[in-house]
Design a protein around this ligand. Structure first.
Ligand SMILES: C[S@@+](CC[C@H](N)C(=O)[O-])C[C@H]1O[C@@H](n2cnc3c(N)ncnc32)[C@H](O)[C@@H]1O
Length: 226
């Protein structure tokens, strides 16, 4: 297991720092701010508003701290959208790590503690009901090796930065994500690297460069067109 330390980001929310990689799990400008902006508003809310969706199948690359899962569960609860959330992770956190994270306090909703705990205590490899509107499946595997006949409406692509983990951003993995998405499915990520945009276009995505969360100019949303 890699060594990980909890640090506080600029919006007061925690993230994890991995000394071996010299990398954090989220933006140091604000972990909760970043997740809300990139994945919830630009991904999930876009799907719900523009496709008039009342359900969403989400595939997340990098479960990590469970922050995106928590925010998505809250979104499902507040908007009565039915979500099936599948997330993949190679190095799950230990209880001592996730139980020290302050996300439930920061997002500040009535049952956030309970949801966060249920998300982390859910068994791996099997669908598990966190809320009647939020079904979670946590997969312990490498995203590169994952095979499923299921299709998804959104991919939250939340791997470590291309400079730290380049193999997570290569064509092979992007091809896999393309295959997991429905036509019209949405790929969102915090990176706006030129090579990523070119690769997504060559795979048949329509790519938008959008403003990033505080501290970051741009991010990418791509919609599968073929
Ligand atoms: C940027 S962090 C995750 C952020 C996470 N979504 C969160 O909110 O905490 C990247 C995550 O990807 C995981 N990871 C690294 N390599 C992976 C792989 N090959 N397949 C799946 N997950 C991987 C890391 O262990 C880490 O938890």
């Amino acid at each position: 297991m890699p060594e990980r330390e909890i640090i506080v980001t600029e919006d007061g929310s925690h993230t994890l720092f991995v000394p071996e990689l010299g990398e954090t799990y989220h933006s140091t400008h604000g972990a909760v701010q970043e997740s809300k902006h990139v994945f919830i508003r630009t991904g999930l809310e876009y799907l719900v508003n523009f496709h008039a969706a009342d359900q969403a199948r989400i595939f997340e690359v990098g479960f990590g701290t469970g922050l995106n899962a928590l925010l998505s569960a809250q979104y499902a609860q507040n908007h009565q959208i039915s979500i099936r959330y599948t997330t993949i992770e190679t190095f799950p956190l230990e209880r001592e790590e996730w139980s020290g994270l302050n996300y439930p306090e920061i997002v500040g909703e009535r049952n956030a503690h309970e949801i966060f705990q249920k998300i982390h205590e859910a068994p791996w490899e099997h669908p598990h009901e966190i809320l009647p509107v939020f079904m979670l499946t946590k997969i312990r595997d490498r995203a590169q090796d994952y095979e499923t006949p299921e299709k998804f409406d959104i991919c939250y692509f939340d791997a470590f930065a291309p400079s730290k983990q380049p193999e997570m951003w290569d064509m092979k993995i992007l091809q896999k994500i393309h295959g997991l998405l429905e036509n019209g499915g949405i790929f969102v990520t915090y990176s706006a690297r030129g090579q990523l945009k070119r690769d997504l276009v060559s795979l048949g995505f329509e790519v938008e460069k959008l403003s990033g969360p505080p501290g970051k100019n741009e991010m990418v949303r791509a919609v599968r067109k073929s």
